[in-house]
Write a protein that binds this ligand. Sequence first.
Ligand code: SF4
Length: 302
Amino acid sequence: MEIRRLSDALKEQFGQKVYKLSLSAGCTCPNRDGRIGTGGCTFCSEGGSGDFAAAFRPIEEQIEEARKRVDAKIPASIPMDQRKYIAYFQSFTSTYGDTERLRGIFSGAVDREEIAGLSIGTRPDCLEDDKVEMLRELNARKPVWVELGLQTIHQETAERIHRGYRLEVFEDTYQRLKEAGLTVIVHVILGLPGESREMMLETVRYLASLTPELDGIKLQLLHVLRGTALAEEYEKEPFELFTPESYCATVVDCLKLLPEHTVIHRMTGDGPRKLLIAPLWSTDKKRVLNMLNAAIRDAERT
Ligand code: SF4
């Protein structure tokens, strides 16, 4: 088994290290504003899966602020004018709403010299043809990645977590995005209630078999966050959660199923620590990453 990590893929694509800026396109979510639902996906916190992203302000201001935060962690030996960033629109559903308004925001980011590309997190049911066309145009200027929150291929789980769309919607959107030449990254949550390990592997197996081939994947550990419907469900009737060992073993089994070129964007969760109810072991990110890397090294040797 050999895996393609995001850091390596970024260096190959841009010839240098690239940093992510968490930004907001000021969108809501149809699964929260009533178009599809009002409660959102059961695992999603009030921040809309983008708890670290900035609140909406003019895009130039957001970029300046996000740069300050990120630059503080970059070694001073890298000159300011040589730093490159991905503008990451993470919170809520970043293609939901008026296409022209969004075009203005995304163009404001793409046109800046230090921005190497865009990454846009969204739902497959919020990518009508005019949105895909807008993304295709932006992609001709700088690389655009579209991140789709699929989480699972299983309809019974999709209903239980109130995802609000069927797998067919994902399939149709995936094809339209790929036909438009866009890079597609899919989010999968491992450990959703009611899912066996085999069901999780089925989701990954399905993604591995997509044609055209999937560009990237984010594997995320399910986090039970305070204030969510999932937290209520968990407190009423706790469902089984991963241990660090079982999580690492499952991630390795998922990685084994993926084609070698699929870029692994994430292998752990990235939830807000102060809202986390369970599993608490996941707050020790360093330990989890060390365990994961050891499990991957073992698998790579075999
Ligand atoms: S689609 Fe995304 S933003 Fe909307 S409720 Fe679900 S996880 Fe949250």
